[in-house]
Write a new protein. Structure first.
Lengths: 732, 440
């Protein structure tokens, strides 16, 4: 084969390809285009759906999908351009109506067009990944109508104007408003947000900025809050009526920011109507409103809480440090309880029982109650007062309520051991003098203390109750074994366990013979039943009921202390006795004797003996006679001892000292416990841990802890590290 | 009783049909019939006869489909024509739903066999999410839709396809061999309808794009693609890509003495958040199965038959599949014995359940090694010319699917409520469907 013969083969295309007449496609499209026009002109009744559907199907089938798609877009665009001109021409109020009307027409038309073009929608658009007919129709409306320059801003301003009108109290057509805004939503979230929501929020922000400024200049805090609350509900309603539900959060946050967050400080501190004023005047509604509004903004509640806390602390500080007010302990504690009740109520009614507010309340009370070192004593005295007489005639439930409240205050105390000391003293007095009103109430309080501070705290208090109970049994046994004693004076002995009771030095005194015989009998009975025990008589704590007949035969029963009994019994044998004689006969220590004589001779209405010369104070040279003229309208006369209910200064010192003394072993025990587990620890950490461990009982003083450490080092429990002096080492 | 008011008449290609709006409502809004009615399914012009210029026989079939929900195609109507008509009315989805029901391995019926053009040696068959499938064969992937109409094939220009997988009904991922000296290969995303390349997945090592050979593929529901990769300079391991961005997000390098880059099989375990990687005999002399946790780049479980004594009847693992529900891996040997490895123990051994010693004597001339698949608690194992179905906690053999011609089954796949089995001869594949639920 030569080169000339070489011929390129050319494969020719198939000559008789089936091609649809392009004119046919144009013709079909014209039919469809005309139909679209008719649909837009609301003249679709004469159209045959089957024919149009078939035509659209045929166009797609014969590969004219592209032509159909672009044609549909072009036709719809031209229609929408026309419509936008009509809308633009609408004047004033009819503008929105016109938009709404045209929008509804467009939607209907779009529906029909989509039906006709359904086959294209399913096949051609699907495989070419173009925008489907319905969303395309919405996009065209957006681009040609909503975003048309002469409509865009006018539409937005009209809507914002209407909102503004509604805010100033005018009635607007909410239905129309809802339809137009619904159009934005239908056009897609981004259209709604960009073309309406964002400008709406900006305008609202501006509006509320101005309004809140106006309000804050002219209203007091309560009114302002009312107005802010009203605005907030209005905006929420507005969202429900004609905005997208997702806008609620955004618009409320605008109102919150402009009306509350920006004016927070000023509102809270507003003179004569701010938070402090509301608290003082128990304005629950206003407080509740403030709480609910401030809760919506960041740091809102913190602000309210801080102001409340500082007010509480200031108020409490004044309360506990005012010397006038600490004169009457019962009144003092009652005030504290009242304040607590007041704030409890505020928190529960206005602040929705907010935990953080309760904590603030508690921490404030804790802060100021401990400012007064005598708070533990006062609280114990308050309880004493309530359990002595105050609770008479009060139902058990109320007793519980009062005790619960007292426990609340007790929880705030840092020096719980001081309270324990006083409580022990007061309880001892109550028990021995038989003045407890309700055994039940006493026990219930002990149980409360036990749950609060543990078994240790109340074991001695419980011991006191046990002693009272066993004493009763012992007395029954004593009189059972000595039937001959039913005649003559009755002796009631309460056997107190040393250690459980507040110790007081046993003051010796000579008991009258009648009594001392009985005492001896009891001693032998008691020691006979219990071996290995020691009995000593606490005459300073006893009482006696003695019968006396005065000059004109007035009979009285005198309720006196043991000392007073000793003195009075002397007058059975002589009419006149000098101070010295009495002192010799009774051997009562001078201070006690003087107090006892004073109460017998100098208290008006209860002076069963007369003193010569008459004066307030007892002198060593004084002499005494029975007051024959003594009268009283009561048969039973209680002769009190001149003792202050409150402690005297030296007594106070003593209690304090005893407390300090009792703390020492506790601190040491805590140090040893900690060191035993840690082996090596530095100074600061020991202090911290000991303080933490003892917190439920008292606040340990760092210098005292240091002293205790020194003492433990001396006693070879601990040693200092040889290299680092700050480290302590536990010696096993 | 009066005359029902919702009656409607059609004149389809000259034949008159009478039906009701209620029946047509079954077609749904997105159909020719839906568009005829207004929002309350009222017909606008009440009494006229609606003319439709279509085939009346097909209309009759489709009308009965709307009436009863069942598809009964008389022998004289070609399926293709019916599909075309259904497409016109917007009823293709109805036809598809009526054709076959929810997948159940024990009720499968052979519904069709499609013969390929090329003479065999298919690599893989993968069921698509909507009832279609694709068949990899040399450097070509044939794509079929649910009507088993073939679309334009994906042609890789002489690169061998190793694995294929569907991302969704319109997107297929291919893994291919790197051609020596050409630097092509790797993975690509292709359109299932047009066969066009849409995206190429790249591998970077130390910020440098490297060419690679991609092997087995797997996908996670978190839109991740996993592929075993072999780079030219020993960068072996498992690559991870994001399906949405297409960017490489991770690479798990193969450690010495282990195999990842050559893996035969990858399987994403959703509950464990791990990827199963299995390299099996005969690709390597030994089998390596491991679970990779990509969160802390850790191989959390592994098993290998290195050093295990070979018994006389030599059981080599030929395929493996993890079964998360029973915390085990099922393996199969060349005699279709199933074995189980406990996933909770590290370094456990295979517990073989020897069922079929008889098989050994009847091995065909050109055996195909068994493959495993798991679908909704049913275990499938292909062996020679049949597929066995195992059920229950003890994996009892409950069904066996067998065809008389086409030779051994070299691969099979389950998806879109269908099972596709590719035979080694003539590129023939079978379609197995579960018949629709009984009428009552």
């Amino acid at each position: 084969m030569s080169n000339q013969k070489k011929r390129n083969f050319q494969i020719e295309a198939f000559k008789h390809r089936v091609v649809v007449d392009p004119k046919y496609a144009d013709k079909t499209w014209q039919i469809l285009e005309r139909a679209i026009h008719q649909i837009y002109n609301q003249d679709a009744s004469g159209l045959s759906f089957e024919e149009l559907y078939r035509n659209a199907y045929n166009m797609v089938l014969h590969k004219f999908g592209e032509k159909l798609y672009t044609g549909f877009i072009a036709t719809m665009t031209s229609h929408l351009k026309e419509k936008s001109k009509l809308i633009e021409a609408a004047q004033g109020g009819s503008f929105l109506e016109e938009i709404n009307k045209k929008w509804n027409e467009h939607n209907k038309a779009l529906e029909m067009i989509r039906d006709i073009l359904m086959y294209m929608d399913r096949t051609y658009i699907e495989s070419t990944k173009k925008t489907h007919v319905h969303p395309m129709g919405l996009n065209l409306w957006r681009d040609n109508v909503v975003h048309f320059t002469k409509i865009h801003t006018r539409l937005l301003n009209t809507l914002l104007d209407l909102v503004q009108k509604e805010r100033t109290g005018e009635v607007i057509d909410r239905g129309l408003m809802r339809n137009v805004i619904k159009m934005f939503m239908d056009l897609g979230e981004s259209v709604y947000q960009e073309d309406f929501e964002k400008p709406f929020l900006d305008a609202s922000s501006e509006f509320y900025k101005v309004e809140s400024q106006e309000f804050i200049e002219s209203c007091d805090c309560g009114d302002y809050l009312k107005k802010a609350e009203k605005r907030l509900t209005e905006e929420i309603e507005r969202v429900a009526h004609y905005l997208d539900a997702k806008s609620e959060e955004k618009i409320t946050s605008v109102v919150e920011k402009e009306m509350i967050a920006n004016h927070m400080q000023r509102l809270v501190h507003m003179e004569n109507s701010g938070l402090v004023n509301m608290l003082l005047n128990d304005k629950y509604d206003d407080l509740g409103r403030m709480y609910n509004l401030f809760r919506r903004v960041t740091n809102g509640l913190v602000t309210v809480r801080d102001v409340m806390t500082s007010h509480l602390r200031e108020m409490g500080k004044q309360l506990v440090t005012d010397p006038e007010k600490s004169k009457d302990p019962v009144e003092f504690v009652q005030r504290l309880l009242d304040e607590r009740d007041k704030y409890d109520k505020i928190i529960s009614t206005a602040f929705g029982n907010d935990k953080t507010f309760q904590n603030a309340l508690n921490s404030s009370f804790e802060y100021f109650i401990n400012l007064n070192a005598r708070s533990p004593e006062f609280i114990s005295l308050f309880v004493d007062d309530k359990l002595r007489k105050g609770l008479k005639g009060i139902a058990d439930v109320d007793v519980e309520v009062i005790l619960d409240k007292v426990m609340m205050l007790f929880r705030y105390l840092q020096e719980k051991d001081v309270f324990e000391k006083y409580y022990k003293q007061h309880l001892a007095k109550r028990l021995l003098s038989g003045k407890t009103v309700s055994d039940e109430a006493e026990r219930s309080l002990i149980v409360k203390l036990k749950t609060e501070c543990g078994y240790q705290f109340t074991s001695k208090l419980e011991g006191m109750f046990t002693d009272m109970k066993t004493s009763e049994d012992t007395m029954r046994g004593f009189y059972g074994s000595h039937p001959e004693l039913s005649e003559g004076p009755t002796l009631i002995v309460q056997v107190l366990t040393t250690g459980s009771w507040p110790t007081q030095p046993a003051v010796p005194c000579n008991l009258p013979a009648e009594v001392s015989v009985l005492c001896e009998k009891f001693r032998s009975y008691y020691l006979g039943t219990h071996t290995g025990r020691r009995l000593s008589w606490q005459t300073n704590m006893g009482t006696a009921d003695i019968k006396a007949i005065f000059g004109k035969g007035q009979k009285h029963e005198l309720n006196v202390s043991t000392f007073q009994m000793c003195v009075l019994m002397l007058f059975n044998n002589s009419d006149r006795l000098s101070y010295k004689e009495i002192e010799q006969a009774t051997e009562i220590p001078a201070a006690d004797l003087k107090r006892c004589l004073q109460s017998l001779a100098c208290v008006k209405g209860k002076n069963v003996i007369k003193k010569e010369p008459m004066s307030k104070d007892i002198g060593e040279e004084d002499s005494f006679v029975v007051n024959d003229k003594f009268t009283s309208k009561f048969y039973k006369v209680k002769i009190g001892t001149v003792v202050a209910q409150k402690e005297t200064e030296p007594e106070k010192q003593e209690t304090r000292q005893r407390v300090e003394e009792d703390r020492k072993p506790q601190i040491e025990a805590a140090i040893v416990r900690i060191m035993k587990s840690r082996k090596i620890l530095d100074h600061n950490n020991i202090i911290a841990e000991v303080t933490k461990q003892l917190q439920p009982r008292f606040l340990a003083n760092p210098t005292e802890i240091k002293k205790r450490i020194e003492s433990l080092i001396e006693r070879d429990f601990l040693e200092r590290d040889s290299t680092d002096r700050k480290l302590y080492r536990y010696l096993a | 009783m009066g005359i029902s008011k919702d009656r409607i008449k059609f004149n389809v290609g000259g034949r008159i049909f009478e039906t009701t709006a209620t029946t047509l409502a079954n077609a749904g809004r997105d159909s020719f019939f839906g568009a005829l009615f207004d929002d309350e399914w009222n017909l606008s012009p009440q009494d006229s006869i609606h003319f439709v210029d279509r085939n009346s026989d097909c209309f009759a079939v489709l009308l009965d489909l709307l009436r009863t929900g069942d598809l009964n195609v008389p022998a004289n109507i070609p399926e293709r024509l019916l599909h075309k008509e259904a497409s016109f009315y917007g009823l293709l989805d109805h036809v598809r739903t009526a054709k076959w029901g929810p997948f159940d391995g024990n009720r499968l019926r052979l519904s069709d066999s499609v013969k390929g053009i090329a003479p065999g040696d298919g690599t893989a068959i993968r069921a698509g999410p909507d009832g279609g499938c694709c068949v990899a064969h040399g450097s070509v992937v044939h794509v079929f839709d649910w009507m088993l109409e073939e679309h334009s094939p994906i042609n890789l220009d002489y690169q061998r396809v190793n694995d294929v997988g569907w991302i969704d009904s319109d997107n297929i991922v291919l893994s291919a061999c790197e051609r020596l000296g050409r630097g092509e290969g790797g993975m690509g995303l292709f359109s299932s309808s047009s066969g066009d390349l849409r995206y190429k997945f790249q591998v970077c090592h130390e910020n440098q794009v490297k060419s690679y050979t991609a092997g087995a593929l797997s996908f996670s529901p978190d839109y991740e693609i996993f592929a075993s990769c072999k780079g030219r300079s020993n960068e072996y391991g498992i690559g991870v890509w994001d399906q949405i961005t297409g960017k490489q997000t991770d690479f798990f390098y193969e450690s010495p003495g282990w195999s990842l880059g050559d893996a035969d099989k990858l399987q994403w375990l959703n509950g464990k958040n791990c990827l199963l990687v299995a390299t099996l005999f005969p690709r390597k002399d030994n089998c390596y199965i491991s679970l990779l946790d990509f969160r802390d780049k850790n191989m959390v479980w592994s098993w290998s038959d290195i050093g295990s004594p070979m018994a006389i009847d030599e059981k080599r693992v030929r395929d493996a599949i993890a079964m998360e529900d029973s915390n085990s891996i099922c393996v199969v040997n060349e005699f279709e014995d199933l074995g189980f490895i406990d996933l909770r123990m590290y370094g456990g051994s295979v517990r073989w359940s020897s069922r079929s010693k008889l098989m050994k004597s009847k091995m065909p001339d050109e055996p195909c090694y068994p493959k495993l698949a798991l679908h909704e608690g049913q275990l499938f194992s292909s062996m020679n010319d049949s597929i066995s179905v195992f059920c229950g906690p003890d994996w009892v053999l409950t069904s066996r699917l067998r065809r008389s011609y086409g030779g051994s089954i070299c691969d099979f796949s389950i998806g879109g409520d269908r099972l596709f089995a590719l035979h080694s001869e003539e590129n023939l594949f079978d379609v197995w469907e579960t018949p629709p639920c009984p009428i009552i």
